[in-house]
Design a protein around this ligand. Structure first.
Ligand code: AMP
Length: 174
C-alpha cells in the first residue's frame, strides 16, 4: 500500500536585510543618564526590537555646529525584514520613545537614529536616501562602522574601512 505523502504548508520566509544604524546622543536623559548611557540603552532596544548582529563600542565626540554638548556615537548592525521606509518609521518611533523633541538640525537631541547602510544597496525616495548622504563626511559614523563592518562596500566599491581611513587623513578630528 502506498502511503500518501502529506506535504506541510509551504513556508515563505521573509527576506531578511542587514541595516547599519548610526546612533547619536548629546543630551542627558532622566532614566539613562549621560549620552553614553542613552546610546547603550538604544543598542539594547535595537536588540530587543530587531535582533542585533553586532554593535561597535561607544565613542565620545566633541560637539559640532550649534549642538553645544559632546556626543556619544555608535553603529549597530541589525537584521530585519522591514523595508527601508518601514525601518525609518520604526527608528523615528524609537527616537520619540527616548523623548527626542528637537527638530533643529544640529540642535541637542536625546537620541538620533539614522540608516547609514542596508544590504539592499542604494535606496532613494523623497524622505530617505541610503547610503546616508552625509556618511562619507562623518567620522563619528565611519570609524565605528569600519570597526564592525570594515569590508562593507559603501559606494562606488569603496569599503567602510577605506572611507574611514581617507576621512581620517583629510580631517583628523572629523
Ligand atoms: P534627522 O535629522 O536625523 O532626524 O533626519 C531628518 C530626516 O532625514 C528624516 O526624518 C528622514 O526623512 C531624512 N533622511 C534621509 N535619509 C535618511 C537616512 N539614511 N536615515 C535617516 N533619515 C534620513
Amino acid at each position: 500500500m502506498s502511503k500518501t505523502r502529506i506535504q506541510g504548508p509551504v513556508r515563505l520566509t521573509a527576506i531578511s536585510h542587514l541595516y547599519a544604524i548610526a546612533i547619536g546622543s548629546n543630551r542627558p536623559h532622566g532614566r539613562y543618564g549621560r549620552p553614553a548611557g542613552i546610546v547603550q540603552a538604544a543598542i539594547a532596544r535595537l536588540d530587543a526590537e530587531f535582533g542585533l548582529f553586532d554593535a561597535s563600542s561607544i565613542v565620545l565626540n566633541a560637539a559640532y555646529g550649534a549642538a553645544g554638548r559632546d556626543f556619544a556615537n555608535a553603529v549597530a548592525l541589525v537584521e530585519s525584514d522591514l523595508d527601508p521606509i518601514a525601518m525609518l518609521r520604526r527608528l523615528k518611533g524609537l527616537e520619540r520613545d527616548f523623548g527626542r523633541r528637537s527638530s533643529r538640525r544640529w540642535g541637542p537631541r536625546v537620541l538620533d537614529l539614522d540608516i547609514a547602510l542596508w544590504s539592499g544597496g542604494g535606496f532613494r525616495s523623497r524622505r530617505l536616501a541610503i547610503p546616508h548622504p552625509q556618511l562619507e563626511r562623518r567620522s563619528f559614523v565611519l570609524q565605528p562602522l569600519a570597526a564592525i563592518a570594515p569590508n562593507w562596500r559603501v559606494r562606488g566599491g569603496l569599503t567602510a574601512r577605506h572611507l574611514a581611513h581617507r576621512l581620517a587623513r583629510r580631517a583628523p578630528r572629523g
